[in-house]
Design a binder for this molecule. Structure first.
Ligand code: GUN
Ligand code: ZN
Length: 670
């Protein structure tokens, strides 16, 4: 079970690999619905594969079974032979037809056996499609039936099995469905959502996803039945959807509609060449408008699929770039119903928090909704904790944390009492020392372009500070060193808590970049202990990890690996998920952690790809990308050869040299 691997991620959104007998699928992936009868399909699957690089399709086992000719042929040559397609084929069971047309004359066991006979790659259990309007008792009964069938199917099938997750609009049932399906299926397929998609009830869709997602096994691929309009892909991917399927490309084409990520366009109204996809390039849309419907339909279907495949690729790129929320916000502009759905999603902290990364390369404000992203909500929440026992802070314009400014900002009043400064940012008031960390540091919003956030000159700042009577006058003292120490303590407090920061700070010295004046390194005995990334957060070197190991309570910030993996972690190789015994549940993806053996000896320091609750459950792939490791048996630790440049120590955001797992890596494990 669980032939799924997570390669990259942005929150719940993940770039994965699903291994099937007919090749690996890079996810998120779109599985176009193809009709098993060639004559009913405007484009042969092989033609779609050739034109779009498609590696997978979904077709109906039920429609194949219902037609005696197709049934016999599929039994003889397999579903791949019938479709003339050698990529991965997922088959659906007929639940949707049962729902749409009242009854299916096939039993659950029979259609499952048939899927086995036609050698499908991913078989689907015959579920009971449950409408969003279904009363609780009906939905509960239907769910019970689906689950009984799913368990029976699992007993009969060793290949990949998709288990539908039903439950209607009832959160408790969706949660139960997700939990139960998770113990059974390799693919967990959220079902019963077609009415929500067709009627633009995206907020209700978000309700369904929010109820199901936390209970879906992280090691299974998540499929969304009927999600085929490209404008919903980014939203769905935010919830960790890995597979989409849809006949939308055909259905909309039949009605003369063009799909775009920004909405639907009626061809009848198109007078301009608004698409330049490879197809519309050769036949401009105003010209296509004049064609007969018979000629139009396959053309529009292909355009729709091209655009959809492109959008899925964009979603994958956004996951790599850490910009999935930005993409979802842009897509939400397509329709108010989507905006409502995104607002609803952002309110579900409990869904996103466990996998929300500690930083991203950038934070670009798309609109007011950007201030509700999980990154911002977490920052605000933690800021409350950070400032809870502080006296009130004085307001300061936002200034760069470099000596030209900091040297002039008094850290103490005339009586030697600490003065706290808060700077105004788009995220509200933020302590000066924290104003460069993610998301506030990299925040790029409209204020930046309206002159509001313009940085005062050092001279203007001096003049402003000179007016405050109880402070030492400007020029009396250079405050840079005091701020450097405070900044170090603040960053360590933010990351590791107050008591660890108090313990660590006295032994540390900050080093500012000669070029920019920014805090770049924190040294202990002249050796780098922390590197401050572009996200403003301190990342421990191996020496820093040793200090942390002494300063943090046992368990804190640790990932414990099995003995089998110890030699590999110690020599700097990534830690694979299946060797993780336990991890501090407070860690999040992207966070730096101490990799230790079962006796808690420090082996390495690395950054999490998986959240703690996912480690060990995914049987494949990397859990922690090691960034620095214990002394090699012969030779010095590379990082301790006296002050390397930042690039040598894994600048934030850049992948580390051990970051990518190759299958060879894994095979070298015992
Ligand atoms: N196709 C669209 N919705 C569904 C569903 O809920 N279950 C199944 N099996 N197929 C679907
Ligand atoms: Zn086009």
């Amino acid at each position: 079970m669980a032939e799924f691997e997570v390669l990259e991620r942005d929150g719940l959104g993940r770039l994965g690999r699903l291994t099937t007998p007919h090749g690996d699928l890079e996810t998120p992936a779109l599985l176009p619905v193809v009709h098993p009868e060639r004559a009913r399909q405007p484009w042969a699957p092989s033609e779609l594969a050739r034109r779009l690089g498609l590696r997978a399709v979904i077709t109906s086992a039920y429609l194949t079974w219902r037609n005696p000719e197709l049934r016999d042929k599929a039994r003889q040559v397999g579903i791949h032979g019938l479709l003339g397609f050698d990529g991965a084929v997922m088959t659906d069971s007929g639940a949707f037809q049962q729902h749409a047309y009242g009854s299916v004359e096939v039993g659950a066991e029979e259609i499952e056996r048939f899927q086995e006979e036609i050698r499908t790659d991913i078989a689907t259990v015959l579920d009971v499609f449950t409408e969003p309007e279904a009363p609780f008792e009906d939905a509960e009964r239907a769910l019970a039936t689906t689950l009984v069938r799913a368990r029976a199917a699992r007993g009969r099938r060793s290949g990949l099995l998709a288990v539908p997750v039903q439950g209607g609009a009832h959160p408790a049932l969706r949660g139960q469905a997700a939990r139960s399906a998770s113990g059974i299926g390799d693919v967990l397929a959220i079902g019963g959502i077609v009415p929500l998609l067709e009627q633009y009830r995206f907020s209700e869709l978000v309700g369904v996803l929010s109820a199901a997602r936390p209970s879906l096994a992280p090691e299974a691929a998540v499929h969304l039945f009927g999600a085929g309009h490209p404008m919903v892909f980014a939203l769905a991917a935010l919830y960790g959807a890995d597979l989409f399927d849809s006949s939308a490309y055909q259905k909309f084409a039949r009605r003369g509609k063009l799909l775009f990520p920004y909405g639907t366009v009626d061809l009848a109204a198109v007078r301009e060449p608004i698409c330049r996809c490879s197809l519309c390039e050769s036949a401009p849309l105003p010209e296509v408008r004049g064609w007969t419907p018979e000629r139009q339909e396959p053309h529009l279907a292909l355009h729709n699929l091209l655009v959809s495949v492109e959008e899925v690729a964009r979603v994958r790129q956004a996951i790599r770039d850490g910009t999935l929320w930005e993409l979802a916000e842009r897509r939400a502009a397509a329709h108010p119903a989507l905006r409502a759905a995104l607002a609803e999603a952002a309110a579900h902290d409990e869904v996103f928090e466990p996998t929300e990364p500690d930083s991203r390369r950038a934070f670009r404000e798309i609109g007011p909704a950007s201030l509700e992203r999980p990154a911002v909500r977490r920052f605000r929440h933690r800021r409350e904790i950070f400032t809870a026992d502080r006296d009130s802070a004085r307001a300061l314009p936002r200034v760069p944390l470099v000596p030209a400014f900091l040297g002039r900002v008094p850290a103490e009043d005339r009586d030697g009492r600490p003065v706290h400064w808060a700077v105004t940012t788009p995220l509200g008031e933020v302590p000066l020392e924290l104003s460069e960390i993610y998301p506030v540091g990299p925040y790029l919003g409209i204020d930046e372009f309206r002159g509001r956030a313009r940085v005062p000159s050092p001279e203007a700042l001096t003049q402003e500070l000179a007016r405050l009577a109880d402070l030492p006058s400007p020029g009396e003292r250079d405050w840079t060193a005091a701020w450097t120490e405070r900044q170090i303590r603040a960053l360590l407090t933010w990351q590791y808590g107050r008591s660890a920061a108090v313990r660590l700070t006295p032994a540390l010295q900050g080093e500012r970049s000669r070029r920019t004046g920014r805090l770049r390194f924190v040294r202990a005995d002249a050796f780098p202990a922390f590197v401050i990334g572009n996200d403003g957060l301190p990342r421990p070197t191996f020496r820093g990890a040793r200090l942390l190991a002494d300063a943090l309570e046992p368990g804190r910030c640790r990932v414990v690996v099995a003995d089998d993996a110890v030699p590999f972690a110690r020599e700097g190789r990534s830690v694979f998920s299946r060797f993780v015994l336990s991890a501090d549940p407070a860690l999040v993806p992207g966070a730096s952690a101490l990799v230790v053996d079962p006796r808690h000896e420090l082996l390495a320091v690395g950054r999490l790809l998986l959240a703690p609750h996912e480690m060990g459950r995914l049987r494949r792939g990397v859990a922690v990308r090691v960034t620095a490791h214990a002394r090699a048996p012969d030779g010095p630790e590379p990082e301790e050869e006296g002050g390397p440049g930042p690039a040598a120590i894994f600048p934030s955001g850049a992948p580390d040299r051990d970051g990518r797992a190759s299958p060879g890596d894994e095979e070298r494990f015992p």
